[in-house]
Design a protein around this ligand. Structure first.
Ligand code: NDP
Ligand code: HSE
Length: 436
C-alpha cells in the first residue's frame, strides 16, 4: 500500500458532503485497504465556516472560496457537492483545467452540460465520476457502464426520484396530504434545494438523460426529455388504479425503437405484481433489459446522507485506484468510446408507444359509450378494458384501459372526445407501463 494519501477537496458539506465526510472517517481503514492508499479530505468549501469547523476540526482548510479548493496545488481530486448548474459548472470546469479529477453527485449539471464536461475531461486526461448522480446508493452507473457492456440494451425503466416515490407511498399508505409528505421528504434530506425539481419530474429527467447516454451511447440530451411530474395527479386516479390492479409510480423510461429512442418521465400505472410497483418510500429501483442478459433489476436507497455518500466514496476509491493508469485504459465516461457515440434521434412524444388509462365524466344515457368507442376505433386505439361508475343520477365516470397505441393517436382521440356534447369533464390521461 502506498504511504502517501490521496488528497481530496470537498465542495459542500451539506447532506451529501456531510455524509461523505462521515463515511470516509468511519470506514477509513476498510476504504484504504480497497483503494491501496488513504483518502484524506484536506480542504472544504462551504458558506457557513463555523458550522463546518465543528464537523471537520482544525486540521482541514475551511474556506468560503470554493475556487481556492479547486486551485489548491496539493489536491488530487475535487468532490463537487454544492449542486446547481452555474457555480458548480464553473468549479468543475476549472478543476478539469487544473488537471484535477472530479467526483460529483450533480445530475443537474451533467444532464445540461455533460457533453462539454466529459469532452474537457477527456482532452485533459482526467476522470469525472458521477455514480451518486443517479439513484443515490445504487451502483447503477457501474452496472450499465461495466457489468452490462456485452449487451445491446433495449430499454430501462426506473423509479429514480426518492422524494416523489416517498410522497406517493406516504399518501397511499398513511393517508398523508401531498404537502405533509413533501415536508417530511425535505426534513429527511431527500429533496433538492428547489423541490419543484423533484415534484415536476425534472430531477428524474436529469438522471434518465444520463442513463440513456450510458445505455445507448448517445450524447446527453436533457432538452429532448419529456418531463411530467406528480403535482397534477388526482387521488381518485390513485384509487382507481389500485382497484384495477395497478400502482401509480413516477417512472423514467428510455427505450430503443426502430426509428429512435424514447426518453420520458411521467407518472405511470404499473401492474401491482411487478417488482417496481412495490418499491416504496425513498427507495429507488431500475430495471434494465439487455439482449443477452434479459431483465435485470437494481434496488436500494435512492437519496439521503449515507446512501449517497456510499456512491461518492465508491467513486473516490475508483479514481484513486486509476490515478496512475493511462487515460486510454480507463472506462469511458459515458460507457462508449467518445469517437463511437451514435446520434440516434430522440423520438417526439407523439411517436411514443404505450398503453393508456383514460378517465372522463359523461352524461349517463344511451349511445354515449358507442360514440366514445367509435372515436377510439377511428384513431386506431384498441380498448383493453373499460369500467363505468355512477357519479350522480345523470352522470357517470368512465375509465378505459387501452392496448398499446401511438401517443399521437391518443392526443387526437382526446381532442375529438373533448368536443362531444355529453362529455362533462377534462379527459384524464395516464400511461400504463407493463414493463415487458
Ligand atoms: P445541501 O444543500 O445539503 O448542501 C449544499 C452544500 O453546498 C452546503 O454545505 C453549502 O454550504 C454548500 N454551498 C452552497 N453554496 C456554496 C457556495 N457558493 N460556496 C461554497 N459552498 C456552498 O445539498 P445536498 O447535499 O442535498 O446536495 C448536494 C448535491 O448532491 C446536489 O447536486 C444534489 O442534487 C446531489 N444529490 C443529493 C442527494 C440527496 O439525497 N440530498 C442525493 C443524490 C445527489 P453551507 O452548509 O455552509 O450552507
Ligand atoms: N432529490 C433527489 C431524490 C435526491 O429525491 O431522488 C437523490 O438524487
Amino acid at each position: 500500500m502506498s504511504s502517501s494519501p490521496v488528497k481530496v477537496g470537498l465542495l459542500g458539506l451539506g447532506v451529501v458532503g456531510g455524509g461523505t465526510w462521515k463515511v470516509l472517517a468511519r470506514n477509513a481503514q476498510e476504504i484504504a485497504r480497497r483503494a491501496g492508499r488513504n483518502i484524506e479530505i484536506v480542504a472544504v468549501a462551504v458558506r457557513d465556516v463555523p458550522k463546518a469547523r465543528q464537523m471537520v476540526g482544525e486540521d482541514v482548510l475551511v474556506t468560503r472560496d470554493a475556487f481556492e479548493v479547486v486551485r489548491h496545488p496539493d489536491i488530487d481530486i475535487v468532490v463537487e457537492l454544492i449542486g446547481g448548474d452555474t457555480l458548480a459548472h464553473d468549479l468543475v470546469m476549472e478543476a478539469i483545467q487544473q488537471g484535477k479529477h472530479v467526483v460529483t453527485a450533480n445530475k443537474a449539471l451533467l444532464a445540461k452540460h455533460g457533453n462539454e464536461v466529459f469532452a474537457a475531461a477527456h482532452a485533459k486526461g482526467v476522470m469525472v465520476a458521477f455514480e451518486a448522480a443517479v439513484a443515490g446508493g445504487i451502483p447503477i452507473i457501474k452496472a450499465i457502464r461495466e457489468g452490462l457492456s456485452a449487451n445491446r440494451i433495449q430499454w430501462l425503466a426506473g423509479i429514480i426520484n426518492g422524494t416523489t416515490n416517498y410522497i406517493l407511498s406516504e399518501m397511499r399508505m398513511k393517508g398523508l396530504s401531498f404537502a405533509e409528505a413533501l415536508a417530511d421528504a425535505q426534513r429527511l434530506g431527500y429533496a433538492e434545494a428547489d423541490p419543484t425539481f423533484d415534484i415536476e419530474g425534472v430531477d428524474a429527467a436529469h438522471k434518465l438523460t444520463l442513463l440513456a447516454s450510458l445505455a445507448f451511447g448517445i450524447p446527453v440530451q436533457f432538452d429532448k426529455a419529456y418531463t411530467e411530474g406528480i403535482s397534477n395527479l388526482a387521488s381518485e386516479d390513485i384509487d382507481h388504479a389500485e382497484r384495477l390492479g395497478y400502482r401509480i409510480k413516477l417512472l423514467g423510461i428510455t427505450r430503443r425503437r426502430e426509428t429512435g429512442i424514447e426518453l420520458r418521465v411521467h407518472p405511470a400505472l404499473v401492474p401491482m405484481e411487478r417488482l417496481l410497483a412495490n418499491v416504496e418510500g425513498a427507495m429507488n429501483a431500475v430495471q434494465v433489459y439487455g439482449d443477452a442478459v434479459g431483465g435485470t433489476l437494481y434496488y436500494g436507497q435512492g437519496a439521503g446522507e449515507l446512501p449517497t455518500a456510499s456512491a461518492v466514496v465508491a467513486d473516490l476509491v475508483d479514481v484513486t485506484r486509476l490515478l496512475a493508469a493511462d487515460p486510454e485504459h480507463r472506462v469511458p465516461h459515458l460507457a462508449f468510446q467518445p469517437d463511437a457515440m451514435d446520434d440516434i434521434p430522440i423520438l417526439p412524444m407523439s411517436e411514443v408507444l404505450s398503453s393508456y388509462y383514460l378517465r372522463l365524466r359523461v352524461e349517463d344515457r344511451p349511445g354515449v359509450l358507442a360514440d366514445l368507442a367509435r372515436i377510439l376505433a377511428d384513431c386506431e386505439i384498441s380498448i383493453g378494458s373499460m369500467f363505468q361508475e355512477p357519479h350522480s343520477v345523470n352522470d357517470a365516470d368512465i375509465i378505459f384501459l387501452s392496448h398499446q397505441a401511438r401517443e399521437g393517436a391518443v392526443d387526437l382521440a382526446m381532442e375529438k372526445i373533448r368536443t362531444l356534447p355529453f362529455v362533462k369533464s377534462e379527459v384524464t390521461r395516464l400511461r400504463v407501463e407493463n414493463l415487458l
